[in-house]
Design a protein around this ligand. Structure first.
Ligand SMILES: [Zn+2]
Ligand SMILES: [Zn+2]
Length: 772
C-alpha cells in the first residue's frame, strides 16, 4: 500500500520530467545590441535581428520600486507559486462559468512570459499547454530570471518591446532612473499597447496611471505623500531617437560580439563627442580643397584603453563614404614609420642622434628618392634627418640595416598588411611603400610613450576575456607588455619628435595658437592621398588621418599643414599642458662628447666636439674619420700613396674624407670643399678600391627608347679629375666626373664602362629596345 501511494505521488513528477526532456523549452529571445560608454551611459543602440527595439534589462536594473509595482499589478504571489496560481485559477474558472465570459486575470507572470515567447490562440487547450510550459520555465529558471524575461518581452506598441526599450525611447533614461509615476505608466501600457499609445494619448494615459497609483495607495504599497507626488507629476513621454554615438566602433564591436546584448566599451562620452564634433567641423572647412574625410583615435597610454574612436568625418554622409571606418582602412604610411626605423637603428648600435648622414641625391640600385620639398641638405645629423623627415637618410639607414630587420619589427608590432606584403617590400617601404592602418600606427606610437613596450588596444572592458578580434593579443604570454624597442631608444625618439621644426608645423601656424607639449610625426603618402599626424605625451596617444576614401589625391594634402592642426586641436581639448609630467632619460642612456662632423668618438684632429646621447654597451664606438692624412708635394699639386712616396720633399696634410655622392653634390651645387690633389701620375700602383660608380644608366636594366638620349653619370673619388666613358669598349668621351653626358645608345645589349684617371674601371650592361 505504502509503495503504491509513493508511486501515485511520484509518477506525475517523473512524467513531467519526461515531457520536459522530450519537449525542452528553449528560451532565446533575440535582443537589440546596446553599446555602453565607459561610464555606463548608452552610446549606441541597434535594432535586433527582427528589427525590433528589444533592449536587455539587467537584473540590477530592476529596482525595488519597479519590482513592487509590477508584482502588485500583475502577480502578487509571483514569489510563492510554481508558475500557476491555483487559487486565482479556480476563481477565474468560477467567474468564467458564471458570466460565460473569458477573462485573463488568472495568468501569472510566468504564464504571460510563455505567451510572449510562444503566442497561441486563446483556447482551453492552449491554456493547458501554457500551464505546462510555465512549470517547465519555473523548473529551469529562477524567479528573478523569469521576472527579467517578462520585463524584456512586454510589448509597448509598434516595434518597441521590453521595459528598458520603453524607458530609453520614451523617457530617455535607463530603468533605474525612472520615477514611480513613470514606472506606473510603463506597467499599464503592455496590457493595451495599441490604445495606450505613449506620446500620443498622454492625457488619457495619465488618467489610467493615476487610477493605478491610487490603488497602490489603498494597498499601502507606498507612502501617501509619495503617491500624491506621483499623481501630480506631469507625463513627459515622447518618442526619442535611439542613441547613435560612436557609430564605427559600435558597428565593429557588434560584429565582433555576435548575440551579446550589452557591450561595454572604454569610450569616454565627452571625449568621444568632442572628437566627433571637432573632426566633422574641421573636415567641413577642408571641403573647398576637395578633402572630404578624416579619422581620429585617442588612446590612454596608461590603460591602453581607446577613449575616442572617430572612423570618419560624418557617418551619415553616404557621398563621401561616411560609413567606411578610416581607423581600419589600409593606407600608405608616408613617413610615419621613420621613427621606428631610427629607433631600431639606435638599438642595433648603428647610429646615435648626432651621427652624420648625407642628404644628397643617391641612387639605390635604380631607386632615386627625393625629399618632400625636392631639396637636399648635404651632410646632416640623424636627429635633423628625422625631425625634418628627410628621405635619403632614411633610405640609407634602412639599406644599412636591411629592410628585413624593419619588417620583423613591424610584424612584431602586429602590422597585418605588412605581414602579408613582407616578401615584396624593399627600401621604398620607409617612404610609404607598404600598407598600414591608423589603428596600427597609433598603437606603435603608444609604445614610444610607454618606454618601448608594445601593448594591445582595449575597446571593451571584457577585452581580456574575449578574443574575438584578431587585433587583440590573445596569447597569454604576449599579454605582458612586450618590449618592441628599448626605453633608451624610445626616449631618444621622443626627444627628437618633440623638437619643434618648421617643416612639421603648419604653414599658417600663428603665435596665438596654443601649442600642446607633445612628440609628433607627420606623414604624406605618394600622390598626396593621405595626410597623417600622430602625437603623444605621457597620458595620451592621438592618431589623425585625413584624405579621401575614394583615394583621390589633392595637391594641398600633407601631414604638416592638413593633419597636424586637427591633432593640436584634439590635444588641446584633451590634455593641454598635461600635468602628468614629461619623459625622462632611461637608465642606460649616457651623454658623451662626439665629433660634430661625424657624430663619432673624436680623433686627435676633431676640433669641434658636441654632446650626444649614447646607449651604454650598444651605441657605436668607432673613431671619427672625418679627416684623413694625405701625402702631397709641398705645393699640394699632387698626392702620393705609400708606393710612390719619395724619400724626401713631401708634406703630410689632413684632408676631409668625403663620400663620392657628397663630392658630386658639392660639385653640382658649386659648394666649396677641400679637394685632395690628383694622385701622382708617375705612380704605377692601381688602387682597387674607389673605382667610379656608374649611377646612370642603371646596371642590368632595360631601356625602352623612342629616339631619345640616355644620360651617363658617375660618382668618383675625391682625387679624380677626369673619367673616360666607353660604349661597347669604344671610347665615347673624356669628361669631368661631375658632368653628366648624353648619348644615343645602339640597340640591343650594350656594355658601358667608366674609367678614372688612375685606371680604375667599372662596367655595366644594359638592354636597349626601340619603341616606335
Ligand atoms: Zn671628427
Ligand atoms: Zn701612388
Amino acid at each position: 500500500m505504502k509503495k503504491r501511494a509513493f508511486w501515485l505521488i511520484i509518477s506525475p513528477f517523473l512524467l513531467f520530467l519526461l515531457v520536459d526532456f522530450a519537449f525542452p523549452f528553449k528560451v532565446k529571445p533575440s535582443y537589440s545590441t546596446l553599446v555602453y560608454a565607459a561610464d555606463g551611459t548608452v552610446l549606441h543602440a541597434f535594432l535586433n535581428e527582427e528589427d525590433k527595439w528589444r533592449l536587455y534589462t539587467e537584473l540590477e536594473e530592476i529596482t525595488p520600486t519597479l519590482r513592487q509595482t509590477i508584482l502588485q499589478k500583475e502577480d502578487k504571489y509571483f514569489y510563492y507559486h510554481f508558475g500557476i496560481n491555483p487559487v486565482s485559477l479556480g476563481k477565474a474558472f468560477l467567474r468564467n462559468t458564471i458570466s460565460g465570459k473569458r477573462t485573463s486575470g488568472a495568468s501569472t507572470i510566468t504564464m504571460q512570459v510563455v505567451r510572449l515567447l510562444e503566442p497561441r490562440k486563446r483556447t482551453y487547450g492552449s491554456k493547458l499547454i501554457e500551464m505546462g510550459r510555465s512549470l517547465q520555465l519555473e523548473l529551469h529558471y529562477s524567479k528573478d530570471e523569469i521576472l527579467q524575461l517578462y520585463l524584456n518581452l512586454i510589448p509597448y506598441g509598434s516595434n518597441i518591446e521590453g521595459m528598458k526599450s520603453a524607458s530609453m525611447l520614451y523617457f530617455g533614461k535607463p530603468p533605474q532612473l525612472l520615477s514611480l509615476a513613470e514606472i506606473t505608466t510603463l506597467t499599464i501600457i503592455p496590457n493595451r499597447p495599441s490604445s495606450l499609445r505613449l506620446g500620443q494619448k498622454n492625457a488619457y494615459i495619465t488618467q489610467e496611471r493615476n487610477k493605478w497609483l491610487r490603488r497602490f495607495g489603498q494597498a499601502n504599497l507606498f507612502d501617501k505623500q509619495v503617491i500624491e507626488d506621483a499623481i501630480s507629476e506631469p507625463l513627459n513621454a515622447y518618442r526619442r531617437e535611439a542613441p547613435k554615438a560612436a557609430p564605427h566602433l559600435a558597428l565593429r564591436l557588434k560584429k565582433e560580439n555576435k548575440g551579446v546584448p550589452i557591450i561595454r566599451t572604454t569610450l569616454v562620452p565627452n571625449r568621444q563627442a568632442q572628437a566627433e564634433q571637432m573632426t566633422r567641423n574641421y573636415v567641413n572647412r577642408l571641403r573647398g580643397l576637395n578633402i572630404h574625410n578624416a579619422a581620429v583615435i585617442v588612446v590612454n597610454n596608461q590603460t591602453m584603453k581607446v577613449e575616442a574612436y572617430v572612423g570618419s568625418a560624418d557617418f551619415n554622409n553616404p557621398y563621401d563614404g561616411g560609413q567606411v571606418d578610416g581607423i581600419r582602412a589600409v593606407r600608405s604610411p608616408g613617413s610615419t614609420l621613420k621613427p621606428l626605423l631610427y629607433a631600431v637603428a639606435f638599438d642595433k648600435g648603428l647610429i646615435t642622434p648626432k651621427s652624420a648622414v648625407n642628404d644628397v641625391p643617391t641612387n639605390f640600385g635604380g631607386f632615386e628618392p627625393e625629399n618632400f620639398d625636392r631639396r637636399f641638405n648635404g651632410k646632416v645629423t640623424v636627429e635633423f634627418a628625422l625631425a625634418n623627415s628627410l628621405n635619403i637618410p632614411a633610405v640609407k639607414v634602412l639599406q644599412n640595416m636591411t629592410p628585413s630587420v624593419l619588417i620583423e619589427y613591424l610584424k612584431k608590432a602586429d602590422f597585418q598588411t605588412v605581414k602579408k606584403q613582407s616578401k615584396d617590400l624593399g627600401l621604398s617601404m620607409i617612404l610609404g611603400g607598404c600598407g598600414v592602418t591608423l589603428e596600427e600606427l597609433t598603437r606603435l606610437f603608444a609604445s614610444f610613450a610607454n618606454e618601448g613596450r608594445l601593448q594591445g588596444l582595449h575597446y571593451t572592458t571584457a577585452d581580456y576575456k574575449s578574443a574575438s578580434s584578431s587585433f587583440r593579443i590573445t596569447n597569454p604570454e604576449q599579454r605582458k607588455p612586450d618590449p618592441l624597442i628599448s626605453p633608451e631608444s624610445a626616449f631618444l625618439i621622443t626627444n627628437i619628435l618633440t623638437q619643434i621644426t618648421p617643416p612639421d608645423l603648419p604653414n599658417n601656424f600663428d603665435n596665438t595658437y596654443h601649442l600642446p607639449r607633445i612628440a609628433w610625426k607627420t606623414g604624406t603618402s605618394y600622390g598626396k592621398k593621405d595626410a597623417w599626424s600622430i602625437g603623444y605625451n605621457k597620458h595620451y596617444t592621438v592618431g589623425v588621418w585625413i584624405g579621401n576614401f575614394s583615394g583621390m589625391g589633392v595637391p594641398e594634402l600633407n601631414g604638416a599643414n592638413i593633419a597636424t592642426p586637427l591633432l593640436f586641436d584634439i590635444f588641446n581639448a584633451l590634455d593641454y599642458n598635461s600635468p602628468t609630467g614629461w619623459f625622462k632619460p632611461a637608465a642606460d642612456l649616457t651623454q658623451r662628447k662626439v665629433c660634430a662632423e661625424s657624430g663619432d668618438i673624436p680623433s686627435d684632429f676633431c676640433q669641434h666636439q658636441i654632446l650626444d646621447y649614447a646607449i651604454m654597451g650598444i651605441s657605436p664606438t668607432r673613431k671619427c674619420q672625418h679627416l684623413k692624412w694625405v701625402f702631397t708635394d709641398p705645393a699640394a699639386h699632387l698626392s702620393y700613396c705609400t708606393e710612390c712616396l719619395p724619400d724626401s720633399g713631401y708634406v703630410r696634410k689632413l684632408y676631409p674624407s668625403l663620400a663620392p655622392e657628397l663630392i658630386a653634390y658639392n660639385e653640382l651645387n658649386r659648394i666649396p670643399y677641400q679637394r685632395i690633389p690628383p694622385h701622382n701620375a708617375a705612380c704605377t700602383r692601381v688602387l682597387e678600391v674607389g673605382a667610379p660608380i656608374i649611377v646612370s644608366p642603371n646596371d642590368g636594366s632595360e631601356y625602352f627608347l623612342e629616339g631619345q638620349q640616355l644620360q651617363l653619370a658617375c660618382q668618383a673619388a675625391n682625387d679624380v679629375r677626369e673619367v673616360y666613358w666607353y660604349v661597347n669598349d669604344q671610347l665615347l668621351q673624356k669628361a669631368n666626373p661631375q658632368t653628366p653626358l648624353f648619348f644615343t645608345p645602339p640597340l640591343g645589349k650594350v656594355k658601358i664602362s667608366c674609367s678614372d684617371d688612375k685606371g680604375r674601371n667599372t662596367d655595366i650592361k644594359i638592354n636597349v629596345i626601340a619603341v616606335n
